[in-house]
Write a protein that binds this ligand. Structure first.
Ligand SMILES: [Zn+2]
Ligand SMILES: [Zn+2]
Length: 169
């Protein structure tokens, strides 16, 4: 699978926005937070995902390159709010009131649960599923079997049933 490299200037813009939002959160919550790791390994049509235990934000390099600042302005606070919600409140509903509070009151932006970026270039034959511990890639055949109720896939590591990830997680 080809890997996509994100231009340095774009990576710097990501980090600028991340640090700015982190500073907002520190001011509001009167607390300092470690800077999350940012990686560019998210695949499929998903813009980004927050790896709570790893304190990592995983971004989709193709959607980032295609949408630039619009992507950064929307996805960075979205995923950072997931990390902070976990940090402050523990395991809570992914887009529940804790996450919305961080988006609307702390970052002062609309709490959109899904993104509107065009996914034509990343639409592929893989479908991203997840369990508690990692993401899994299913082929369209496997995905269709799940849809028809003929198969159910389970993670070999954590034993949890795989669920299709939405455009955001
Ligand atoms: Zn697992
Ligand atoms: Zn989310």
């Amino acid at each position: 699978m080809k890997s996509v490299s994100v231009p340095l200037s774009l990576q710097q813009a990501v980090m600028r926005t991340l640090r700015h939002k982190l500073a907002l959160a520190s001011d509001f919550l009167q607390q300092t937070f470690p800077e999350p790791d940012v990686t560019y390994r998210q695949r499929g049509t998903i813009a980004g995902c927050a790896r709570l235990q790893d304190w990592e934000i995983r971004l989709n390099p193709i959607l980032l390159i295609e949408n630039q600042q619009a992507f950064i302005d929307e996805v960075i606070p979205h995923e950072l709010a997931h990390l902070l919600a976990y940090h402050q409140f523990g395991k809570v509903a992914p887009h529940g009131k804790e996450w919305r509070f961080l988006m609307e009151r702390v970052f002062k932006i609309p709490a959109n649960r899904t993104h509107q970026f065009s996914v034509n270039s990343v639409r592929s034959k893989i479908f991203i599923y997840s369990c508690h511990c990692q993401q899994h890639e299913l082929t369209i055949r496997q995905h269709n079997k799940v849809l028809r109720g003929k198969s159910c896939y389970v993670c070999r590591q954590c034993g949890e049933k795989l669920a299709l990830l939405d455009k955001y997680s």
